[in-house]
Design a protein around this ligand. Structure first.
Ligand code: 1HN
Length: 345
């Protein structure tokens, strides 16, 4: 590739004149913004073991009352982006949130989309767009853009969940803001049950689908069962994986974030194709080893890691006799819409 002229090659008075006019020459920076073959990537491979986070999160429960936090969250920040940017990857935000018995995280709505993967505890619920969603371990709950949401807890032990948001993307677009609201009136409960059988959907179409988000809660027991059945009836398929979709349209459940669950059979090693998307792995059950060049993360239950895009990844079940279940988040729906999604061999 041709070497291009540098900034220093230009006379100083010319550079000063450009600056005075808010002008910048492209050629000294062209190879930075358009590197050959592969993008410049800030996202570092990072692992956040739950056993390291948990005591710090519980301590935040002692140190900061919910009224002073609104959302009591420790953010899983990728140093490659700078911790203060609160990014796990270029587009994905991750946070571990704690709600103690009797606490209430007040209603608000905002432009970024959120999903919650419940990590520990039971008895908490989140109300999203008037629908009360129970939070049990492994459940996935959507909080799509613009829907009111608040969290409450009737149980007697701490509840912890992993928040996944497209906040860095929406913030970068200068489109991120919040509105505060009143406690919602619950209008729906257990509506998640309406879509639980694959192949059939309610007729006439369920009212929530007018908002494009017919299903908000994906109970873990159902997803786990789907994976086990898939492994049994499709023994030859390479990856035993299911995607969280909109059951009315079959499209991804959210427009930016891609969400799936993967089962590693006992003893299985799975090589993932090299994709253009960074990925987040969160261990729901069992233990898996995530390997990429120069890194190896041994994920136990509730551990979370992220890996950059354009990188071959291998997943290995650490157990020879138990399956391992991993939740995966990426930004493939966004990349596909923009036409930049790639799989490389
Ligand atoms: C948010 O609304 C929640 O509602 C959690 O629980 C984390 C991080 C950034 C922006 C909004 C919640 C968030 C958030």
């Amino acid at each position: 590739m041709q070497e291009l002229g540098r900034l220093e090659d230009l006379p100083e008075d010319y550079r000063a004149e450009l600056t005075a006019q808010n002008l910048v020459p492209l050629w000294p920076s062209l190879r930075t913004v358009l590197p050959p073959v592969k993008p410049a990537i800030k996202t570092q491979p990072i692992c956040w073991p739950y056993q390291a986070m948990r005591p710090l999160l519980l301590k935040a429960g002692d140190l900061t009352p919910i009224e002073k936090a609104e959302r009591r969250v420790l953010v899983l920040a990728n140093p490659g982006h700078g911790l203060e940017k609160m990014q796990a990857s270029s587009t994905i935000y991750l946070g571990m949130q704690l709600l103690l018995p009797g606490e209430w995280a007040p209603a608000h709505r905002h432009t970024p989309n959120a999903v919650r993967m419940i990590v520990e505890g039971s008895g908490a619920y989140t109300t999203v767009g008037g629908e009360k969603c129970l939070m049990e371990r492994g459940d996935l709950i959507l909080t799509p853009t613009g829907l009111w949401h608040e969290h409450g807890h009737d149980g007697d032990k701490p509840v912890v969940w992993l928040d996944v948001l497209d906040l860095p993307m929406i913030y970068y677009m200068e489109a991120s803001y919040v509105a505060e609201g009143q406690a919602q009136t619950v209008t729906d409960e257990f509506t998640d049950q309406a879509y639980l059988r694959g192949g059939v959907v309610p007729s006439p179409v369920f009212v929530r689908s007018e908002q494009n988000f017919p299903m908000l809660r994906y109970p873990w027991l159902e997803v786990r069962t789907a994976l086990e059945i898939l492994a049994r009836v499709q023994p030859d398929m390479e990856a035993v994986q299911v995607t969280y979709i909109n059951p009315e349209t079959g499209a991804d459940s959210l427009k930016i974030l891609g969400l799936s669950a993967l089962m590693l059979r006992p003893g299985e090693t799975l090589s993932l194709p090299t994709r253009s998307t960074a990925m987040v792995f969160h261990q729901i059950e069992g233990s898996a080893c995530v390997s990429l060049q120069g890194h190896q993360f041994n994920l136990s239950e509730a551990d979370t890691c992220c890996v950059p895009g354009y990188t071959p990844i291998t997943l290995k079940n650490q157990s020879a006799d138990q399956p391992a279940f991993v939740f995966i988040a990426d930004d493939a729906p966004l990349q596909k819409k923009l036409g930049v999604y790639e799989v490389r061999s």
